[in-house]
Design a protein around this ligand. Structure first.
Ligand code: ADP
Ligand code: NI
Length: 215
């Protein structure tokens, strides 16, 4: 099993060599670390969880015309090529297909403890200090304002309208990042999320103070 993990690490590192920084190897490594941390206090199949953490962003549908099947397909082909048990492969594929934030907003077709854990591990990487860094990195890439006091952070716009406004990066905190702590599946991740969530709240408080020239 250790050998399979090592081969998977090498495969993912190679495939993500030129990936954008939101989903590069370091994101995968952090999600893998978060997964192992959660597994210290949650009971689940470690092998399935670790393989899924490593392969969950192997091919982002955003860069493949929205084709949601590409990630599971690439992951499955790789795992078959190194002789992993078909049952394990199917489980890993089902999690990858169903764990994205987008999928979690629609009908969830598949559920398992292992999905809960890797999804939590991925969500933890979107909050806290890392989450802040990733958000501003994404906003910079899209050439968005960091903040615009004329655009209220809590608008009543529909999700679609919201996406089209190219809202400033601070708005993304209210749209998604501050909501993630209540979306954690496992008690372990719920606890881990608290500190990271508070860090974002403190960041926002200080951000507005500095914006307004206080202190
Ligand atoms: P995921 O792969 O976790 O489902 P995305 O691909 O949507 O998430 O986003 C990758 C990273 O970019 C995350 O840290 C996310 O918070 C950030 N991000 C996504 N959309 C925005 C946005 N509109 N503004 C700022 N950051 C964003
Ligand atoms: Ni991810």
């Amino acid at each position: 099993m250790q050998e399979v993990i090592e081969k998977t690490v090498a495969f993912v590192q190679d495939r993500l060599q030129y990936a954008e920084s939101g989903h590069d190897w370091w994101h995968i490594q952090r999600v893998w670390n978060n997964t192992k941390l959660i597994l210290e206090t949650e009971d689940a199949d470690h092998f399935v969880c670790e393989l899924t953490a490593l392969l969950h962003d192997i091919a982002d549908s955003k860069f493949h015309n929205g084709d949601e099947s590409i990630g599971p397909r690439v992951a499955g082909e790789f795992l078959s090529s190194i002789g992993v048990d078909p049952e394990v492969i199917q489980h890993v594929q089902a999690i990858i297909l169903n764990m994205s934030y987008k999928a979690s907003l629609g009908d969830v077709h598949f559920h398992s403890k292992e999905l809960e854990i890797v999804q939590d591990a991925d969500r933890l990487d979107a909050i806290g200090a890392i989450g802040i860094a990733r958000a501003f990195n994404y906003g910079g890439y899209k050439n968005r304002d960091i903040y615009n006091p004329k655009i209220p952070v809590e608008t009543a716009l529909s999700k679609e309208a919201y996406k089209q406004t190219s809202s400033p990066t601070i708005n993304h905190f209210y749209e998604k990042l501050l909501l993630l702590k209540d979306k954690m599946n496992t008690p372990t991740a719920q606890k881990l999320a608290l500190g990271r969530h508070q860090y974002m709240e403190d960041f926002l408080t200080q951000f507005y103070e500095e914006w307004n020239g206080k202190k």
